[in-house]
Design a protein around this ligand. Structure first.
Ligand code: NAI
Length: 342
């Protein structure tokens, strides 16, 4: 790779950024050959904190990192010529805030960022949305970045949920995490997400046997599914801060697979989970950003894995999380039409 990859990270002064930036600068995320050039975007009040982060990146003396780290509060500067955008910056839920208000605040941010990306980024940009509500933020962004940026270039992160599921299965079976393959997280990155182990495999657990191996439907319903669904809240309650180390690690995993490809034996999985625009697969409403099993060939190409069996148990969960996404999209449409996005 001759020229450095321009990576823009929004929410550059936040806690996920602080854990993610060293993974990008060191080559952990994108390999030891890929030079990177970093642009950090945050709000004007965070400029000073961000300059501190840029100082620390300089002090890391990372061989792969372009010396000039750009720090800005202007999206047009941040996204100018950008190859990869990781969107962490979003409006956090405050105590007592209604979901609708959260959606409205973020609709504004992701509309503006979609417009900026459309205006100044490279057409082949890849955008990973992490800031919550991530799936619907990705949908909003896709509306305003089109047609310059096709929706296939935009994803929302559910890899953390995927990693949590895989790890929980490994703990339950007392096996290595990299020996667990074939988990899927379906739907929204929210408490309705559906972590599915029905076709997962592990040493001595062949396809179709995983549900029984971990403890049957009751264990799924009462332990595994709710544990993964509420894991973010559990970390928040324990740490008094939301997941950042594990989120950054999941972002690195996602970017590596998406941009470099899931080479056999490397990611070691048959597929991974990512929220992409639904093409109607598995009877999911077309157009919403829904987490599916995907395979990535590298260079930003991906395909949804088709033809996994879906039984009645799974269908119920897949439908519920899809219904939530349709409702969020419809709320976003109403807010943006009325011009009442805040
Ligand atoms: P944080 O609060 O530490 O940092 C967020 C940063 O974004 C702040 O510095 C803030 O000033 C900035 N920001 C706010 N509005 C902005 C805008 N319009 N443009 C640029 N920057 C802006 O939050 P943290 O922990 O880094 O998390 C970031 C987001 O990621 C949150 O929305 C969180 O809910 C979400 N998240 C998503 C996960 C996923 O799996 N999809 C997992 C963990 C967190």
């Amino acid at each position: 790779p001759s020229r450095p990859l321009v990576i823009t990270v929004t929410g550059g002064a936040g806690q996920i950024a602080y854990a993610l930036l060293p993974l990008l600068a060191s080559g952990y995320a994108l390999g030891s050959e890929q030079r990177v050039s970093l642009r950090l975007l945050d709000l004007p009040v965070m400029m000073e904190a961000m300059r501190g982060v840029a100082m620390e990146l300089e002090d890391g003396a990372y061989p792969l990192l372009d010396a000039a780290v750009v720090v800005t509060d202007d999206p047009r500067v941040a996204f100018d010529g950008c190859d990869v955008a990781v969107l962490l910056g979003s409006f956090p839920r405050k105590p007592g805030m209604e979901r609708k208000e959260l959606l409205a605040r973020n609709a504004t941010i992701f509309r503006e960022q979609g417009e900026s990306i459309k205006a100044v980024a490279r057409g082949d940009i890849r955008v990973l949305v992490v800031g919550n509500p991530a799936n619907t933020n990705a949908w909003i962004l896709s509306q305003y970045a089109a047609p310059a940026v096709p929706p296939e270039h935009i994803m929302a992160l559910t890899r953390l949920d995927h990693n949590r599921t895989r790890s929980l299965v490994a703990h339950t079976l007392h096996c290595r995490v990299d020996a667990v393959d074939g988990v899927v997280v379906w739907g929204n990155h929210s408490s309705t997400q559906y972590p599915d182990v029905s076709v997962a495999t592990a040493p001595n657990v062949t396809r179709g046997r995983m549900r029984a191996a971990v403890g049957g439907e009751a264990f799924l319903r009462d332990v595994l599914i709710p544990t993964v669904q509420t894991r973010g809240a559990a970390v928040l309650a324990a740490r008094k801060l939301s997941s950042a180390m594990s989120a950054a690690n999941a972002i690195a995993d996602h970017l590596r697979d998406w941009l470099c490809g899931m080479k056999a034996g490397d990611s070691g999985q048959s597929w991974v989970s990512a929220a992409v625009m639904s093409d109607g697969s598995y009877d999911i409403e077309p157009g919403i950003f829904y987490s599916f099993p995907v395979r990535c060939a590298g260079g930003g190409a991906y395909e949804i894995v088709h033809d996994l069996p879906v039984d009645e148990f799974s269908r119920k969960y897949m439908q519920a999380t899809g219904d939530e996404l349709i409702a969020e999209r419809d709320e976003a449409i109403a807010l943006l039409r009325r011009g009442s996005a805040l």
